[in-house]
Ligand binder design. Structure first.
Ligand code: DP6
Length: 359
């Protein structure tokens, strides 16, 4: 695996102090990443919609200091010092040190906040890690002004991946593929790439309402979850199926075959949960209300000839996906029929977005 293009090039500028702020999105996978090998290499390719409203805003203040052997940083989350979040970020810095050696030469103060409630069951690692990667790459591109935008995007995704696999899909939008796949030109296990083909207009501004069925802390951390795929009796078939599903999804997105989209997206969600049901230790991550919601969605779809469907992350919350032209009708349905299955009736309206923005 050739990572040499990501080792830092020689510097041409001395920066004493700098501060960068980035807003980076969360994403929702249509074909799921579940299973990886070291260092953060996915067992299959995945594709996701980048979200618009669920995002992290992170500022990193960099101050030049004597070069040392440890990375010196403070971390504030929503205004409060959060030492409990530091180990994950420290591990991230260890993984990227060969690619960003300048992190040993700066004191970093990181301030981060999410647009969505912290323990809402919405994974914040994708937006959180991609935001830090973005800020680091802003510093790198100041130190070395010759870097192209294309290279910066690629390396940002490469770094973000080393923090959290799905974070590699949180740099650009609205559709990003991560993982080497013969049908996706330019795809790589090392970074995410924008879906490289024209997408049928039915998928423009695709809607995603996230039903907060269970806002508890994650029952299975992603590290534990991915490890469940080692020695899993169905793992190899699953990885093969996911890659086949990505081929199908690529065609569906180009041709606009929405009924096939619905079938594939729901099957991927249920397969992800099936992997957890059939691993050892085993987990049931759906809650009774997750099933209530799924059944309601199926009835609504049949009764209204609708193109609504659902997907799931590694948790009980339900992502309700639908085309923009059904927005009003589906919003009434959610309000009248689904909100009652959410904790405190809470849900978040989102849509596919275009990726990270510097602010
Ligand atoms: C179920 O990206 O959170 O959301 O690489 O260990 O940080 P790490 O895992 P993470 O896994 C996400 C898994 C998923 C499916 C997906 O987003 O593709």
């Amino acid at each position: 695996m050739d990572t040499s293009e990501f080792t830092s090039k020689s510097t041409n500028k001395y920066i004493d102090k700098a501060s960068f702020t980035w807003q980076t999105p969360s994403n929702i996978a249509l074909v799921k990443y579940w299973g990886k090998s070291n260092p953060q290499i996915p067992k299959n390719a995945s594709i996701s919609f980048t979200l618009n409203n669920c995002h992290t805003i992170t500022t990193i203040d960099f101050e030049k200091k004597e070069k040392s052997t440890v990375v010196d940083f403070d971390l504030f989350f929503e205004g409060k010092q959060k030492d409990e979040f530091k180990p994950k970020i420290s591990e991230f810095f260890t993984r990227i040190q060969a690619y960003c050696p300048f992190i040993f030469e700066y004191k970093m103060t990181i301030h981060s906040e999410n647009s969505f409630p912290h323990s809402s069951g919405i994974a914040s690692s994708a937006s959180g890690l991609s935001a830090i990667a973005r800020c680091l790459m802003s510093l790198e591109s100041e130190i070395n002004s010759s870097l192209s935008e294309e290279y910066i995007n690629k390396k940002t995704s490469f770094l973000a991946r080393l923090g959290s696999g799905s974070a590699s899909r949180s740099i650009e939008g609205p559709l990003v593929v991560w993982g080497n796949h013969p049908d996706i030109e330019g795809s790589s296990d090392l970074y995410g790439v924008k879906f490289p083909y024209d997408v049928h207009p039915i998928f423009n501004n695709y809607q995603d309402t996230i039903l907060l069925v269970d806002k508890g802390e994650k029952q299975v951390s992603s590290t534990v979850g991915h490890n469940l795929m080692h020695n899993h009796p169905y793992a190899e078939n699953r990885f093969q199926q996911a890659n086949e599903n990505l081929s199908k999804m690529s065609e569906i997105l180009q041709e606009g075959t929405i009924k096939d989209f619905i079938n594939l997206v729901e099957s991927e969600a249920l397969t992800l949960h099936a992997m957890m049901l059939t691993s050892n230790p085993y987990f049931i991550l759906m809650k009774p209300n997750t099933l209530e919601v799924i059944n309601k969605i199926w009835s609504y779809r049949a009764e209204n000839n609708s193109n609504i469907c659902f997907t799931l992350d590694a948790g009980a919350n339900v992502h309700v996906l639908y085309p923009e032209d059904e927005k009003d009708a589906v919003n009434s349905f959610i309000n009248n029929e689904l909100a009652k299955y959410c904790q405190k009736n809470q849900y978040i309206c989102d849509n596919a977005g275009f990726g990270a923005t510097r602010i």
